[in-house]
Write a protein that binds this ligand. Structure first.
Ligand SMILES: [Zn+2]
Length: 312
């Protein structure tokens, strides 16, 4: 198995204030944990290229792209941050980081479809799954997974793809990008009721949205996945699988109130691997979304990657 790890130093230059939980240290925590667990030498490290604006435009409006490109403060600007909303801010490096984040997902998609890689994990930020076609929100600028899935369909001609989202929050941006697109099946679970308070009111037919009450543990999630995701995944027979890999449902993560542990992330990843082997020639591109307890994030990403790389 060849599993690639895509990242770029630019993704650590985007920051939204020292108070902000979506911090550059998240990527460092992941890299440290890869080294500590001695799996770093077993992965293929690749630098994330920048995405083109035309890649972003497959999902996002020109206005949404323009708002991020034109509002990043200058490097020597007195005002370091430009707020798009209360907790989604631009600094001097956000545009570049956002292009790298989407660029990683696109490059990983190209390499996996070309057969150079079996699968890939994109350790990137800003995250993407709350970014709608029209606006950045919830720490997200561009919807990295949505941009990559559109690329797979429109450039490589794939007819059926799956997006799996296991972040503690509902991926409202991804749902908006693909609502009623019969080529795409999106399966997710999320704490409910919870930010962004979407996903339960008339979800589109191609969405398997599983709202889960706060304080639920992995057994509840595993049962819901077994009963609701797996039959739909078998039915859709995806040619490729994209993962919005958020780790904020971890029990040590205060952003959410759920009780998942590393073994649950391993189990979920194994279910996805089984589907990918059966229908998709193993093709998976996984992109980092949330996960804010640095220790739990690093350990959970390692658990996820170990399964992708067949080391566990
Ligand atoms: Zn989240």
């Amino acid at each position: 198995m060849t599993t690639a790890f895509y990242t770029h130093a630019d993704c650590k230059r985007h920051e939204m204030g020292s108070w902000h939980p979506e911090s550059p240290e998240r990527l460092q925590a992941i890299e440290d944990q890869l080294i500590a667990s001695r799996i770093d030498s077993l992965l293929e490290f690749r630098e994330a290229p920048v995405a083109d604006e035309k890649d972003l435009a497959r999902v996002h409006t020109q206005d949404a792209i323009y708002r991020i490109r034109e509002n990043c403060p200058g490097i020597n600007s007195e005002c370091q941050h430009f707020p798009l909303d209360a907790d989604t801010l631009l600094n001097a490096y956000t545009w570049r980081a956002a292009l790298r984040a989407a660029g990683a997902a696109i490059a990983a998609t190209d390499a996996v479809i070309a057969g150079e890689l079996d699968n890939a994990f994109c350790s990137v930020r800003p995250p993407g799954h709350h970014a709608t076609p029209r606006e950045a929100m919830g720490f997200c600028m561009f919807n990295n997974v949505a941009v990559a899935a559109k690329h797979a369909m429109e450039v490589h001609g794939l007819q059926r793809v799956v997006i799996v989202d296991f972040d503690v929050h509902h991926g409202n941006g991804t749902e908006e990008a693909f609502r009623d697109d019969p080529r795409v099946l999106m399966v997710s679970f999320f704490q409910h009721p919870f930010y962004p308070y979407t996903g339960t009111d008339r979800p589109a037919a191609n969405m398997i949205n599983l709202p889960i009450p706060a304080h639920s543990y992995g057994d509840v999630v595993r049962q819901a996945i077994t009963e609701k995701w797996l039959p739909a995944l078998h039915q859709h027979q995806p040619e490729m699988i994209f993962i919005s890999a958020g780790f904020d449902a971890h029990k040590e993560d205060d952003m959410g109130q759920m009780g998942l542990v590393e073994a649950d992330y391993s189990w979920i990843t194994r279910q996805i691997m089984t589907i990918a082997r059966q229908y998709s020639r193993g093709r998976i591109v996984s992109c980092l979304e949330g996960g804010y307890n640095l220790s739990a994030l690093g350990r959970s990403v390692v658990a996820h990657i170990k399964v992708l790389a067949e080391l566990d």
